[in-house]
Design a protein around this ligand. Sequence first.
Ligand code: 5AD
Ligand code: SF4
Length: 470
Amino acid sequence: MHLPDYKEARSRSKKEYNRIEFKSNNKIANKYSGKKFFLKTYGCQMNEHDSENIEALLVSLGFSKVDDYNEADLVLLNTCSIRENAHNKAFGMLGRLKHLKSEKRDLLIGLCGCMAQEASVVEEILRDYKFVNFVFGTHNLYQLPNIIDKAIEENEQQIEVFSREGDLVEGLPVIRSNNYKAYVNIIYGCDKFCTYCIVPYTRGRERSRKKEDILTEIRDLINDGYKEVTLLGQNVNAYGKDLYDDYNLGDLLEEIALMGIPRVRFMTSHPWDFTDKMIEVIGKYPNIMPSVHLPVQSGSSKILKRMGRRYTRENYLELFHKIKDTVPGVSISTDIIVGFPGETEEDFLETMSLVEECKYDNAFTFIFSEREGTPACKLEDNTSLAEKEERLQRLNAVVNKYFLENNKKLEGNVLKVLVEGISEKKDMYFGYSETNKLINFNCDRELSAGEIIDVEITSAKTWSLDGKAI
Ligand code: 5AD
Ligand code: SF4
């Protein structure tokens, strides 16, 4: 049994990590043919992409996927720790599964992802959720086949969580959820330690993949007909710092753009690491999508300092305008936290005025959520939850106003859309523009997913646009 430990997770060493090639265990390939699995994913794109690997590993064991957990022989929760509600949702699901397991004794239940890296979660599972058969963490996902096999063969709870990142494993099998758009990890972990954030503890230190491995993966995706790649990392802008003296995200984006894939996206960008070269490259290549996710978190320099964000309101605005001025038609989205400990009404009004200035195309807004073990937990917090909720509502009203206002400006314009399919609600096609706006549209001819077509925008809504293919 390996249990997670925050002290160890917090430590960072300069020790080189090994790049190893994933090897499947042939002895257990297809051993569980005929068994069914249900996989539930919480959280960010990183987790979604991990689930694409998990699915392939389960299929290699012989499992097949089902969409209803009542039909499954194995239920696996790939969890998220970022805020309390994600945490509560996973525990709520475990409660329902306990019930199911009382009727279905052989049901196998597993938990993985970020929550598995939290010592308190694992303690709770050991104490109150003895029916959970296995737990593994973000650093040893590749061991999933052996862990499951052991849990079944030995019929006892397996807790296998490593606090520290180990090797960087290449060549994991993957079953992608989309045939035209793919996620590609370029960097794992985060070394920023923003004071509210649990990610540096659950995902380990920053480790970049070798550029050759990334380029090979993208070459294969192009050969398989993929039209769009999204380069993923907690902070993609730190790409290469741990590996190369003189090769960063700007250089990587440029090499990928030159490979000729129609669309390249990247997320998330910490403002601190954004270089002029990166901005220049994004502006230069038409196949690097003009869409940047640039979390600001707060408009108050005092709060930003407490958050450990390493920039001031002024630094952020300077960068924001540089990107806007250099990349034609760029859309910028953001993340904002309200109610951080010590945030006064004046601080909050600074966030509101920053939003008035930036007029974001999209924004994800949250109330500060205390995460055990992070420095922000120790800060004094005098604001009531009701007041924080009220701030969130006021903030959402302004961000929404600008979403609609920006979208209205697009009425009558022709945008390039990557077709995804037919939308569920209406009898219309849907897809995303270069600036990552959701477009529902009509078309006289039959379209296939993966086509990139011109759509004239006929009407704007807050979160989407309607149009007509031309
Ligand atoms: N409370 C609220 N929001 C948080 N985020 C990260 N940690 C917390 C927290 N403890 C938000 C940040 C980040 C996004 C992914 O989630 O805005 O950018
Ligand atoms: Fe968390 Fe900050 Fe790292 Fe983003 S940059 S993952 S908010 S610590």
